[in-house]
Design a binder for this molecule. Structure first.
Ligand SMILES: Nc1ncnc2c1ncn2[C@@H]1O[C@H](COP(=O)(O)OP(=O)(O)OP(=O)(O)O)[C@@H](O)[C@H]1O
Ligand SMILES: [Mg+2]
Length: 300
């Protein structure tokens, strides 16, 4: 991701190559199952406009000026290098989601956790930009869930008003999750706030109600992906719990900052997710041009 930092030092680069031998934009290897139909990235029958969203929360404009000032993708603006980069990330994510829907690979590939070892490595940056890149391409819906329950920042990043969210729903069985999802003035972009602060967030996520709530979030919307903005994995236990709920985890590795030991610990804590991908963030120069990779069977 483009920030003014250089490609990781040799030691860090070899770390990425070791944990992500297929570090490349190329699609990850797809198991050869001739009898299985090839998934379509778009689902025409349920394309946006044909299937009304089940979300009933209020609809708000997002703060385009704020996004522009902080260097995010801005819906409606000209295509930028940043949007192009997130399109490449999006493509791999959507491919895995489509394969998952077709019964190939990990279940619930439409749920994607954006995680990293520590604070400040770019989880929210990547989660918001990825959501905007997905929404920009018209053929899919995206629900961005603020899952950093102790330090939520998705609403402030997008300029959306605070309101009840996921923790309120998990704590109160009478509350419908559809009512807490905010619509936006970006077609196809929805946001679920983190909700009330609680010391029991990990327990709520592990309870059976959480599984039902997550099923409802993707119910009747096979063209919807759900992006979870995670808390730092090494600092907050909900991240590991979230890993067992999602089908893909994208681990943000901040160039020049994320260390090997922290990355190994992070991947180990996220082992509840079968499909872990690495995203190198804050890199200025890559000799090969490759910055995004898939990670398979670490330590296996
Ligand atoms: N590639 C990038 N280019 C420019 N700014 C970036 C980039 N990545 C992150 N930032 C900025 O760095 C800061 C930290 O990023 P961010 O808030 O996304 O980190 P985080 O991992 O979500 O942290 P936390 O765990 O505290 O929520 C933010 O101001 C963000 O906008
Ligand atoms: Mg964050």
């Amino acid at each position: 991701m483009p920030e003014h930092a250089r490609f990781p030092a040799l030691e860090e680069r070899s770390l990425l190559e070791r944990v992500a031998p297929g570090l490349a934009f190329a699609a990850p290897p797809v198991p050869k199952l001739p009898a299985t139909p090839q998934p379509d990235l778009a689902v025409p029958a349920l394309a946006r406009g044909c299937a009304p969203s089940s979300f009933t929360g209020a609809r708000h404009p997002i703060d385009r000026e704020g996004l522009r000032a902080r260097g995010f993708i801005v819906p409606g603006d000209l295509v930028t290098a940043l949007l192009e980069e997130f399109r490449l990330v999006k493509r791999q994510i959507m491919l895995a989601a489509a394969e998952s829907r077709a019964g190939i690979g990990a279940p619930h590939g439409e749920r994607i956790l954006i995680a990293s070892s520590h604070t400040g490595e770019g989880k929210t940056w990547c989660a918001v930009n990825l959501a905007l890149a997905i929404a920009a391409e018209k053929d899919n819906e995206v629900l961005l869930v603020d899952a950093d329950f102790a330090k939520p920042s998705v609403l402030s990043t997008l300029g959306l008003p605070s309101g009840p969210g996921l923790m309120d729903v998990l704590a109160d069985p009478a509350r419908a999750v559809e009512d807490c999802v905010l619509g936006t003035d970006v077609a196809g972009l929805y946001v679920l706030p983190a909700g009330r602060t609680t010391h029991s967030d990990t327990e709520f996520l592990a309870a059976s109600r959480a599984a039902q709530v997550f099923e409802r979030l993707s119910a009747q919307a096979p063209n919807r992906v759900i992006i979870f903005d995670s808390p730092p994995v090494l600092a907050a236990s909900p991240a590991a719990e979230l890993a067992s709920i999602v089908g893909q985890a994208l681990v943000v590795v901040r160039a020049e900052r994320t260390g090997e030991a922290a990355l190994k610990d992070t991947i180990s804590l996220l082992s509840g997710c079968e499909d872990i991908k690495l995203l190198l963030n804050g890199v200025q120069f890559s000799p090969t041009g490759r910055r995004f990779g898939s990670y398979y069977g670490y330590g296996g």
